[in-house]
Design a protein around this ligand. Structure first.
Ligand code: FES
Ligand code: FES
Length: 168
């Protein structure tokens, strides 16, 4: 297999929020950089850039993942979902609506990543209890809210979507 150099670019194709996208990337290009700088999906935030803060969390084939720790080429053929994919026809998802109602964000820097983690949790565990919600949130740093309103919003969203799809 030929060695790839950092100067070479190669195509990567994946589905972003249900739409096929492609870009040319170097072997070390991060998924965050492709999303934000090549595709313009700037809803995915970048904080620490080394897997600690959770701000960059997206869903890869339904599982939450730190986009700052993924090479863009690792997303080849995957279904990538970002915060831009939560609202439908300009209507907020139940989770987003609950965040708005419970004042679960202040500066909002952490919010996109937290939403993607909670959305993935409720997709696979619609009856997640407070312990499961707090465990899911443990991978996210928020400097503003003190977490209490985030947990309240998650519980409210859980109650709203229990037994139904996340965006019902
Ligand atoms: S920017 Fe990816 S975990 Fe902080
Ligand atoms: S709302 Fe500001 S970091 Fe969470």
């Amino acid at each position: 297999m030929p060695r790839l150099t950092q100067d070479e670019t190669h195509p990567v194709r994946f589905t972003l929020n249900g739409r096929p996208v492609s870009a040319r990337v170097s072997p070390r290009t991060l998924l965050t950089d492709v999303l934000r700088h090549e595709i313009g999906a700037t809803g995915t935030h970048v904080g620490c850039e080394h897997g600690v803060c959770g701000a960059c969390t997206v869903q890869i084939d339904g599982e939450p993942a730190r986009a700052c720790l993924m090479l863009a080429q690792q997303a080849e053929g995957c279904e990538v979902r970002t915060v831009e994919g939560l609202a439908k026809d300009d209507a907020l998802s139940s989770l987003q609506e609950a965040f708005r109602e419970h004042f679960a964000l202040q500066c909002g820097f952490c919010t996109a990543g937290i939403l993607m983690t909670l959305d993935a949790l409720f997709l696979r565990q619609p009856d997640a209890d407070e312990g499961a919600i707090r465990e899911a949130l443990s991978g996210h740093l928020c400097r503003c809210t003190g977490y209490a309103p985030i947990v309240q919003a998650a519980l409210a969203a859980r109650n709203r979507i229990k037994g139904g799809p996340i965006d019902a």
